[in-house]
Design a protein around this ligand. Structure first.
Ligand code: CP
Ligand code: NVA
Length: 307
C-alpha cells in the first residue's frame, strides 16, 4: 500500500479487498464492545476547504475509537494555498501529527500535500474523486448483497467525483457500473479508461448511457448524488434545468430489479436528485451507507497510520 490514500486508482485490487476485509473486522470488533487501541497516541489533522458532516464526524470518531485523536481545521483557519502554500502546510503539519486528511477543491492540492508531507495523506474529497466514499460504497453493497462480483450498480445524475470513485472501485471488485448522465456532464474519459482496464481483469464492466430508465433496467442498486457539487454553486440555475429527468423517484426506481437498493452519499437535496419517498422508502440504504463511512475510514487509518 502506498503512503497515501488519494484515489482508488492508486490501490491494487488486492489492497481494496484487504481494506474491505479490515473494515468488516473493525465494524464487528466495535459492535462486540470496542476497538483495540491500534492508533494509541496518534493524531490526525483534518484540513477542510469545504463543509462536511459525515467526513468530519466519522474521521474524528474513528480516531477516538482507535485510541487516537483528531484535530479539526476549518476552511477559514489555514486558508490552504492562500495564507500559506500547500507545500509549507504539508511540511509543518508533518512535524506535529501522524496523518493528514484533507478535503479540497482542486485534486492537485491533495496531490501536492502528499508529495510534501512525510506523513500519510488521505483524500477526504476533491473535485476529481471521493475515495473514502467509494470504499464505503463497496462495503455497503457487499454487506447488503453478500458480494460485489457481478452486482449491477446504476448511477444516475452528474458525472462527478462520486461517480469517479464508484467507477474506479466498482471495476476493481468485478461490479457492473452503469451510469446515465446528461450530455456535457459525463465522467472524465481518463477515469472511464482506468475503470475499463480494471473491469477487463475482474470480469466487471462499465456502460455509459444517456437514458436513465434504460440505465436502471436490471440494476441491483441505484445510486445518485447532488446535481450541484460544492464549488459549482454559480451553475445552479443551469444545472437545475438540465438534471430533472435524472431524478431518482419511485417511477425511475420501478425500472430497477424488485427491491433494488438505493444509495446516496449525502447530503441529499430532497426534491431535486432524490425524492423523500425513495430516500425514506423501504429500499433505502442511505443511513447504513452513511454509518459505513466510519468503518471504511477506520480501515484506511489503521492501514496507513499503524506503522
Ligand atoms: N458524503 C460526504 O462526504 O458527506 P459530507 O460532505 O457531509 O462529509
Ligand atoms: N459531489 C458532491 C459530494 C458531496 C459529499 C460534492 O462534491 O459536493
Amino acid at each position: 500500500m502506498k503512503k497515501d490514500f488519494l484515489s482508488l486508482a492508486d490501490c491494487t485490487i488486492d489492497e481494496v479487498r484487504s481494506l474491505l476485509d479490515l473494515a468488516v473486522t473493525l465494524k464487528a470488533e466495535l459492535r462486540a464492545g470496542g476497538n483495540k487501541p491500534r492508533l494509541s497516541g496518534k493524531a490526525l489533522a483534518m484540513v477542510f476547504q469545504k463543509p462536511s458532516l459525515r467526513t468530519r464526524v466519522s474521521f474524528e470518531m474513528g480516531m477516538i475509537q482507535l485510541g487516537g485523536r483528531a484535530l479539526y481545521i476549518a476552511p477559514d483557519e489555514i486558508k490552504l494555498g492562500q495564507r500559506e502554500s500547500v507545500p509549507d502546510v504539508a511540511r509543518v503539519l508533518s512535524r506535529y501529527v501522524d496523518g493528514i486528511m484533507a478535503r479540497v477543491f482542486a485534486h492537485s492540492d491533495v496531490v501536492t500535500l502528499a508529495q510534501w508531507a512525510s506523513v500519510p495523506v488521505i483524500n477526504g474529497l476533491s473535485d476529481y474523486t471521493h475515495p473514502c466514499q467509494g470504499l464505503t460504497d463497496l462495503l455497503t453493497v457487499q454487506e447488503k448483497l453478500g458480494r460485489l462480483q457481478g452486482v449491477t450498480l446504476t448511477y444516475v445524475g452528474d458525472g462527478n467525483n462520486v461517480l469517479h470513485s464508484l467507477l474506479l472501485g466498482g471495476a476493481k471488485t468485478g461490479m457492473h457500473i452503469v451510469a446515465a448522465t446528461p450530455t456535457g456532464y459525463d465522467p472524465l474519459p481518463e477515469v472511464v479508461r482506468l475503470a475499463e482496464a480494471d473491469a477487463a481483469r475482474t470480469g466487471g464492466s462499465v456502460r455509459l448511457l444517456r437514458d436513465p430508465r434504460e440505465a436502471v433496467a436490471g440494476a441491483d442498486v441505484v445510486y445518485t448524488d447532488t446535481w450541484i457539487s460544492m464549488g459549482q454553486e454559480a451553475e445552479s440555475a443551469e444545472r437545475r434545468k438540465v438534471f430533472p429527468p435524472y431524478q431518482l423517484n419511485s417511477q425511475l426506481l420501478a425500472h430497477a430489479k424488485p427491491n433494488a437498493g438505493v444509495m446516496h452519499d449525502l447530503p441529499a437535496y430532497r426534491g431535486y436528485e432524490i425524492t423523500d419517498e425513495v430516500a425514506d422508502g423501504p429500499q433505502s440504504w442511505l443511513f447504513d451507507q452513511a454509518e459505513n463511512r466510519l468503518h471504511a475510514q477506520k480501515a484506511i487509518l489503521v492501514q496507513l497510520l499503524e506503522r
